[in-house]
Design a protein around this ligand. Structure first.
Ligand SMILES: Nc1nc2c(ncn2[C@@H]2O[C@H](COP(=O)(O)OP(=O)(O)OP(=O)(O)O)[C@@H](O)[C@H]2O)c(=O)[nH]1
Ligand SMILES: [Mg+2]
Length: 422
């Protein structure tokens, strides 16, 4: 899990020196189980280069405005491990962002400045460095400007999310004596008097205020131009680092717990979301299935009703037919087609005559058992017959001829009879 830390402060507040000394101190595992392991050559080189500069009795050079050194470590904390990202930036960039004109609100903010601002916003831990020298040795305008910048920075942070903030009074070795003499050794009193606005911001979190001297052993060196200046002693010591390291380790560890809880909550809500999605999907499927089942059921019911109605109607028709058939079967002689249409000697139908001969075509339905049926056709004393085999229930046309007819036959003279053979 990655924890973002911002190390911010105005120019010359001691960010690069403090970070170098901190990283070097934690490069060896402490008794408290803390260990900072650089990730990537860039971080290792950056720290080592600064460290050897300090060891050579020189201060590191000021971080150029617009430049950010993105540094990565694995922070081992009492058996836990956190990926740690820290940006060392130029103090002038902070002053530009949080000046009295509210630089961070500038719509034309450069990409670099926006990146820096975003980084501060997304950091869960912030170490804000305050160089007390700026308030002792500098003119009033500079002091006011610096305090305004720091206050604006704190206000901005409290408006933009929750994070842990440590206020580090850096280069403490430089003003420790002043605090002792003028403020009874109380940093709080000093803060109240000299930084009233900052004091208001920090009064309820005074346990997060740390006086630190990354380099507490210095010596005076006179340069070739005759100017004397204080420089780090070889194998210099630091002061006040331990409480800050402990605070940092606690803050990171706390963050790990928070992040893990957030991750778990996220995992749970993701799980719930998936379960809900699954449930909704199932619900839709079930609704679909229920609709289909309902439809099928309705169709079945409708079908059943339809089939019953048709079935009943068919049954009624069949019963009616059966009754009629039973009636017919009572007759001893097979039923015949009982009507013919058309008149005598006409061509319209079943019965016609030509030149002294006539014929009758009649449809016969055998309503009795299988057997022969004799059809007799008589006309004016003349007759003809035909004998045909019928299956049970068979229906067919039978034609019977009568020859040598006298003239002037009429329909009334026609007689046709049927007889089932024995
Ligand atoms: N005596 C003493 N002087 C320090 C200490 N830390 C920093 N300084 C002095 O403060 C100067 C600036 O320190 P840096 O670490 O470069 O400051 P910075 O905040 O990185 O500054 P920028 O990169 O310009 O923003 C150094 O050159 C030293 O003169 C310290 O612990 N003790
Ligand atoms: Mg720097």
């Amino acid at each position: 899990m990655s924890i973002q830390i911002s190390l911010i402060g105005t120019e010359g507040s001691g960010k690069t020196v403090l970070m170098t000394v901190l990283a070097k101190k934690l490069a060896k595992r402490s008794n408290d189980g803390l260990f900072l392991n650089p990730v990537g050559a860039k971080t290792l080189k950056y720290i080592e280069k600064n460290w050897s500069t300090l060891q050579s009795g020189e201060w590191v050079s000021s971080t150029p405005p617009g430049q950010m050194f993105d540094l990565y470590w694995k922070f081992h904390i009492r058996g836990q491990e956190a990926e740690m990202r820290l940006i060392d930036s130029a103090g002038q960039d902070l002053r530009k962002l949080f000046n009295e004109k509210g630089g961070y609100q500038d719509p034309n903010l450069s990409e670099q400045d926006r990146k820096f601002l975003d980084y501060i916003c997304s950091s869960s831990i912030v170490i804000l460095l305050v160089n007390v020298q700026d308030f002792i040795a500098r003119n009033d305008n500079y002091q006011i400007d610096t305090q305004a910048t720091l206050k604006e920075t704190l206000d901005f942070m409290s408006k933009n999310g929750k994070r842990k903030v440590a206020i580090v009074f850096s280069q403490y070795d430089q003003f420790e004596a002043t605090i002792k003499n003028k403020y009874d050794g109380s940093l709080e009193k000093f803060l109240e008097k000299k930084f009233p606005y900052l004091y208001n911001e920090t009064t309820d979190q005074f346990e997060n205020v740390f006086p630190v001297a990354a380099v507490s052993d210095t010596e005076i060196r006179t340069d070739s131009d005759g100017k004397a200046r204080s420089v780090p002693k070889h194998d210099f010591n630091s002061a006040g680092l331990e409480p800050l390291i402990k605070w940092l380790a606690d803050a990171v560890q706390n963050d790990l717990v928070t992040k893990e809880e957030e991750r778990q909550i996220e995992a749970i809500s993701e799980h719930q979301r998936i379960a809900e999605e699954e449930w909704n999907k199932r619900k839709e499927e079930w609704i679909g299935v229920a609709a289909v089942v309902g439809l099928v059921f309705l169709l079945l019911v409708a079908g059943y009703i339809g089939v019953s109605v048709v079935g009943n109607w068919r049954k009624a028709a069949e019963a009616k037919q059966a009754a009629a058939e039973a009636e017919r079967l009572k007759q001893p002689i097979p039923d015949v087609f009982d009507k013919w249409r058309g008149g005598w000697c006409c061509d319209k139908g079943l019965f016609s005559c030509r030149e002294h001969r006539a014929y009758a075509s009649v449809p016969i339905i055998n309503k009795g058992g299988a057997g022969n049926i004799t059809v007799t056709f008589s006309l004016k004393g003349r007759s003809g017959f035909t004998n045909e085999y019928f299956n049970k229930g068979e229906k067919k046309w039978v034609t019977v001829y009568v020859f040598e007819l006298p003239n002037h036959e009429t329909a009334n003279d026609v007689n046709i009879s049927f007889k089932a053979s024995e």
